[in-house]
Design a protein around this ligand. Structure first.
Ligand code: DC
Length: 227
């Protein structure tokens, strides 16, 4: 089964995806981390962000893998662990042009389909319900106000010790990225026609998690009610 969770950055997708996966005993696939890993490798190799052929070469030939370090998920590209390196402000800025490159998207969508269909997955991203898994059993479009998302991102950056912790800078960056992600030609951020809309502004995140688990159980997901 595939549970697709799409929405803008900072809407709470990662928190919700991890919790839903734990409750239902599913795996998690963070597709944003894959675009970030390609952006990191481009910087590492000195590939310009407008060099579509160079970016495509990375997306096609540098396999991305996910692992575990205790309870935390790790990300590697071409065998290099980039778990923390892909969360910096520099990668925040570089990733939008990388994810707007159609050839990169085609290559990563191939990888995402291969990974996701190998098991039961909660897949989070921007185009999961529309492009990657249009036949996903559960589709959720999760949003929150830009201000709420900026506050959350600041707290997250403090916890991780990376990224900007200045609220105004983070808010401006969120608004800029929403604009790029929603208006790009290739797979813009938009809800699937059959997605269930959920807004996590001022809502207990547990309610969102329970609602999604309820939708998945109706479609036959097992999982432990008590988890
Ligand atoms: O969710 P995130 O902030 O880690 O995503 C990083 C970038 O990748 C963001 O600019 C949106 C883009 N992205 C995308 O275009 N498609 C996806 N399925 C996932 C992320």
């Amino acid at each position: 089964m595939i549970i697709a969770i799409d929405g803008p950055s900072g809407a709470g997708k990662s928190t919700v995806a991890k919790a839903v996966a734990k409750k239902l005993d599913f795996d998690c696939l963070d597709t944003g981390a894959m675009y970030r890993a390609v952006a990191w490798m481009a910087q590492h190799r000195g590939v310009e962000l407008d060099d579509a052929a160079g970016l495509e070469d990375i997306a096609r030939n540098c396999p991305i893998s996910f692992g575990r370090d205790g309870g935390a998920q790790t990300v590697a590209i071409d065998g290099v662990d980039v778990t923390s390196a892909i969360r910096t402000a520099a990668i925040d800025r570089a990733v939008s042009p990388v994810s707007a490159c159609p050839a990169v998207r085609v290559a990563l969508v191939d990888q995402q389909r291969r990974i996701g269909r190998a098991g039961n997955y909660v897949v989070e991203g921007r185009d999961i319900g529309t492009v990657v898994f249009p036949d996903a059993e559960v589709k959720v479009f999760l949003t929150a106000s830009p201000e709420e998302r900026a506050h959350r991102r600041v707290r997250q950056n403090v916890d991780r010790g990376v990224g900007s912790i200045d609220y105004e800078t983070v808010l401006a960056d969120i608004i800029r990225r929403d604009d790029i992600d929603s208006n790009r030609a290739a797979s813009p951020l938009k809800p699937a026609a059959d997605a269930v809309h959920m807004d996590s502004t001022g809502t207990y995140i547990e309610d969102v998690i329970d609602q999604i688990c309820g939708l998945a159980r109706k479609k036959g997901a097992q999982g432990d009610e008590a988890r």
